[in-house]
Ligand binder design. Structure first.
Ligand code: DNO
Length: 354
């Protein structure tokens, strides 16, 4: 297991690598290029410069989160061929600089979705929340609210240029249902997994967040059966998962521990996003502090399910709250994520010694 933290690069992240280096037990950062348009090839010189920065700070960068998938691939337009060829080249370029895992998602239009970016907890800390009432509004209103409440940062997947065209994008998905989206995912995987196998890279799909349909859009990474379908679509270890405990747990019907157990044993979890959430009612929730007592997940069981079933990939704490007066990119402050790292490593040490 290797403990990492996400870092958004020198332009996009206010947390310096030197500070991440000081979090005990963190050996690497998870990074990405944010100035390459979705669908274009990531140039080698930019990859080299990015990864060198991590190395110069004494950290590895073996996981990329994310190389995003162009909507034309998800929709299945003829132009997907060009974007798939570009993706194959990006995989090769990343492999040349030691990248081992690529995290991605297959959510139409949006990446993750929250309705409150500054939800105040009883102890005065701020976190993100999702309440169904928050999306019972017009699409434009929801998009506007998320953009306005992100503290001046372009949130991953919520780039304002892209969302300016959100209605247009929605129209293109009009005829895409779950079955077609799934088929388009399989088409993509059949094209890229052989390249991954050749160059030693593992793909790791992130679950849908939330793991059910919103705004009538199709969703295909929601539960155990979806994950099983994806793993079987191309039966290769290179075709794997980013198991995000928070996202999976947002549907109370998902048995997070059983999913962690099954897919760790099947050697398909290459990257784990480990966070706790507190269900408020039905499917409404907020992202709590990591320890078990603050949320709805038993974090000891989460870590044990990974550890006891041979998980050997990368972990990162997921979103953190804003505490001690810190401000910045929602979910990605330093302090609470650092507390999360320490707690998760403590659990890992405990289960390792049994
Ligand atoms: C949220 C993240 C996601 C994740 C993508 C993977 O903060 O977990 O944005 O990076 O869904 O492509």
């Amino acid at each position: 297991m290797q403990m990492t933290m996400r870092w958004f690069g020198p332009e996009e992240d206010k947390i310096p690598l030197e500070h991440i280096r000081q979090v005990p037990g963190v050996t690497g950062v998870v990074g990405a290029l944010y100035d390459v348009p979705v669908g274009e090839v990531w140039p080698k010189e930019k990859i080299k410069a990015l990864i060198e920065q991590a190395h110069n700070a004494g950290l590895t960068m073996e996981v990329i989160e994310s190389v995003n998938i162009h909507d034309d691939i998800k929709i299945g337009l003829p132009s997907r061929e060009r974007y798939i060829a570009n993706y194959q080249q990006t995989i090769r370029n990343l492999a040349d600089f030691g990248v081992k895992v690529i995290c991605y998602n297959f959510m139409p239009v949006f990446d993750w979705m929250k309705t409150d970016m500054n939800y105040v907890l009883p102890d005065g800390s701020l976190t993100m929340a999702f309440e169904k009432a928050g999306i019972d509004k017009s699409l434009d209103e929801v998009v506007k609210e998320v953009l306005e409440n992100s503290n001046g940062f372009a949130l991953p997947g919520w780039e304002p240029e892209r969302l300016a065209k959100v209605q247009e994008l929605f129209a293109k998905y009009q005829d895409v249902d779950d079955a077609l989206l799934r088929e388009n995912l399989a088409y993509f995987l059949r094209a890229i997994i052989p390249v991954c196998e050749e160059v030693g890279v593992k793909m790791a799909i992130h679950p849908d967040d939330p793991p059910y349909s919103i705004f009538g859009l199709p969703r295909v990474v929601k539960n155990r059966d979806d994950l099983d379908w994806i793993c079987n679509a191309v039966d290769s270890e290179a075709n794997g998962l980013t198991l995000c405990t928070g996202s999976i747990a947002e549907d109370p019907e998902n048995d997070v521990y059983a999913i962690l157990k099954e897919f760790s044993s099947r050697k398909r979890i290459h990257f784990a996003h480990v966070r706790n959430i507190k269900i408020i009612k039905d499917k409404d929730f907020y992202e709590s502090a990591h320890p078990t007592q603050y949320g709805s997940l038993n974090m000891l069981k989460v870590i044990k399910s990974l550890h006891d079933n041979g998980f050997d990939g990368y972990i990162r704490p997921d979103h953190g709250r804003f505490i001690w007066g810190e401000t910045g990119r929602p979910g990605y402050g330093l302090y609470d994520r650092a507390l999360g790292v320490t707690y998760l490593l403590g659990l890992w040490e405990a289960v390792s010694q049994h």
